[in-house]
Design a protein around this ligand. Structure first.
Ligand code: NAD
Length: 306
């Protein structure tokens, strides 16, 4: 049994990671400022191995960090729009707090960091962990700086996740697949900007599997940065919309206007595949799960959704 701290443990990924680590028999402390409330974690409260520490990560103290074998760092301002509208918070939470966290950790504590493929920005060649990175958003820029801070210590692993999709007790409706599914079902229309631009995607269950994989393979992985996703989930926005259209009837409007989000890239996941991590969950599975959730928002279903 390990004593594990998860910053951002009440978030979209954090709550499912907490649940999985508890299921595996570990002691888990969630450190979060609960800016989205407590609801996401209520179903875990009865577990005696769960502790809660309501702290803003900008005010971390030694006591918040000491005594843990492993720290998963997930707390942050996540995504391009949230960072663009709060650039100061993005800098202080995504960068300064990571510097503070690292300064409070001892060398024997393992740090597993939630990084992102969003930092690859725009590229015409397939990107891997060795590629030169030029982020196109404040989000990507802050995550790159914080990843460098994390990787300045030897006992750290950074996982550069593809854009996650799927259902969690703390939903994120802004993530692309989730957002498209919501609009298709509830608005019955979707305006597609820059539909041919590519991103890379991962089911939330696979993201959690990758966090667990890093814990159990830390001797091999520490000191390293890993893209987390799968080579067959480098998809265009139009691919995502077309996939949803298999299940839901909606109007797809293709706009010639540019997207504010300039990301366009393909990513190689060979490095993590080679050490034994492969994804298991498909885009279709995620979409079918999202449809079950978002159908709740419509009173009257004029056609069969699935
Ligand atoms: N979801 C994705 O597609 C994705 C992809 C790549 C990387 N990531 C990274 O994974 C991490 C988790 O993402 P998520 O999707 O679960 O996001 P989320 O926004 O759902 O979760 C973030 C959590 O951090 C907490 N938090 C925010 N500011 C805080 C502060 N100042 N002090 C303490 N807690 C604070 C929030 O309350 C929330 O519980 C983020 O670092 C994100 O950059 C996410």
């Amino acid at each position: 049994m390990k004593n594990i701290l998860i910053t951002g443990g009440a978030g979209y990924k954090g709550v499912l990671l907490t649940a999985e680590l508890l299921k595996l028999g570990h002691k888990v402390t969630i450190l979060d400022n609960f800016m989205y409330g407590y609801d996401s974690i209520l179903y875990l409260i009865q577990d005696p191995n769960l502790s809660i520490n309501k702290v803003d990560i900008r005010n971390l103290k030694q006591n918040d960090v000491s005594g843990f074998d492993v720290i998963y760092h997930l707390a942050g301002i996540s995504g391009m729009p949230a960072c663009a509208s709060n650039p100061h918070s993005a800098e202080s939470i995504n960068v300064d707090s990571v510097r503070l966290l690292v300064s409070l950790m001892s060398d024997d504590q393992l740090l597993i960091n939630a990084s992102t493929t969003s930092m690859y920005g725009f590229s015409t060649v397939i990107c891997n962990e060795e590629s030169i990175i030029e982020p196109v958003s404040i989000y990507g820029k802050t995550k790159l700086v914080s990843e460098n801070i994390v990787q300045s210590r030897a006992n750290s692993i950074s996982l550069r996740f593809a854009t996650v999709f799927g259902v969690s007790p703390k939903m994120r409706h802004d993530l692309m697949v989730n957002d498209f599914a919501y609009k298709a079902i509830v608005d019955r229309s979707l305006i597609l900007f820059a539909g041919d631009t590519k991103r890379t995607f991962i089911h939330i269950n696979d993201a959690i599997r990758a966090y667990i994989f890093a814990l159990y393979n830390s001797d091999t992985m520490k000191g390293g940065v890993y893209n987390v996703g799968s080579n067959n989930m480098n998809l265009s926005k139009k691919d995502i919309a077309t996939n949803i259209a298999q299940y839901v009837k909606f109007e797809l409007i293709e706009s010639n206007l540019p997207d504010y989000d300039k990301r366009d890239f393909e990513i190689s996941f060979d490095k993590i595949n080679k050490i034994g991590f492969t994804t298991k969950y498909t885009l279709d599975e995620g979409i079918r799960e999202l449809i079950k959730v978002y159908s709740y928002h419509i009173q009257y279903i004029p056609y069969k959704i699935i």
